[in-house]
Design a protein around this ligand. Structure first.
Ligand code: UTP
Length: 296
């Protein structure tokens, strides 16, 4: 029987250079889509998937992220006294149980693989999820839940994957497919950011379910592409050692909120998804586009 996935690692120790100067003082994960920080979307998705332990790999300058998870007692009291029960409820939904969150520190940004490896002692000998908060996925059921359900059938390790145009594969980890079973593909190999001859157009996005043996592979701390320690390499090693790796074509739309264009697209999509904003926002967008067209 496949062991239930109850732990998730959130690597949030990157430098976020693409969002300078904002990230000089604000962690990227605190930046907001409409009115919720990116980290809240990731936590909500993980909770919906049944995750019980949330492990953050943080770094210098991420204090605001840790503060975000403190209960805001004073604010809750004020809202309570003012009878603002809707806001109070909204705030309480973000509260985390004591002991559900753990922080480990990555002392130097040595890559995603290294960040995940920093959590090894908290993971132990069980499969675990990895969620990259800058990949925000709009989907129902949420992407990680789709993966955990699929993983319960397949076991092994699993990555979320989506089709991208071939000329965009150089920005992603790309799957080499052994068998295409529809929603699930069996993976023969993985290449990080292939400069040429991508093995497929299936790109890996920031959701993973990993066997504990991936930590052992990371232990070897090989230097992969770009001098950083790549998670992709450690997953590819699983296949070489005869263990199964699958890709799941998830249902939903992924936004790359680590890039400026992706963040703006997500802001539009999540704004239009909100009942309280849709009408006014859609009208505004419509007018802006009409004005642009008229000016051309
Ligand atoms: P990115 O490649 O987006 O890097 O990392 P970044 O540093 O966050 O942003 P840019 O490229 O400088 O703008 C993908 C994920 O891996 C984490 C990041 O926090 C992000 O969630 N990461 C990356 C680490 O935790 N540690 C690292 O050493 C590198």
């Amino acid at each position: 029987m496949v062991r239930k996935v109850t732990k998730a690692v959130f690597p949030v120790a990157g430098l976020g250079t693409r969002f300078l100067p904002a990230t000089k003082s604000i962690p990227k994960e605190i930046m907001t889509l409409v009115d919720r920080p990116l980290i809240q979307y990731a936590i909500d998705e993980a909770r919906a998937a049944g995750i019980e332990e949330f492990i953050f790999v943080t770094s210098r300058g991420k204090g605001a992220l840790e503060d975000y998870f403190d209960h805001a007692h004073e604010l809750e009291n004020t809202l309570h006294k003012a009878g603002k029960n809707d806001l109070l409820e909204l705030l309480r939904q973000t509260n985390m149980d004591s002991g559900a969150i753990a922080y480990v520190r990555q002392h130097k940004a040595m890559g995603l693989g290294h960040a995940v490896w920093c959590a090894r002692r908290l993971i132990g000998d069980e499969p675990f999820a990895v969620v990259l908060t800058d990949d925000v996925v709009m989907g129902e059921p949420p992407c990680l839940q789709q993966m955990i359900e699929a993983h319960a059938e397949t076991g092994g390790s699993m990555v979320a994957t989506m089709e991208v145009p071939l000329d965009k594969t150089k920005s992603y980890g790309v799957l080499d497919i052994e068998e295409d079973m529809g929603a699930i593909v069996k993976v023969r190999g993985m290449v990080e950011k292939p400069k040429e001859n991508p093995p497929s157009n299936l790109a890996v996005i920031g959701r993973y379910i990993l066997a504990p043996s991936v930590m052992e592979n990371l232990n070897k701390l090989k230097q992969g592409a770009g001098g950083e320690i790549q998670l992709t390499d450690a997953i590819a090693d699983e296949i070489e050692e005869g263990r199964d790796v699958f890709g799941l074509r998830f249902r939903g739309q992924r936004y790359d909120c680590g890039s400026k264009a992706g963040f703006l697209q997500a802001t539009v999509a999540f704004g239009l998804d909100r009942d309280d904003l849709r009408e006014e926002f859609a009208e505004y967008l419509h007018d802006v586009l009409a004005m642009r067209k008229a000016a051309e």
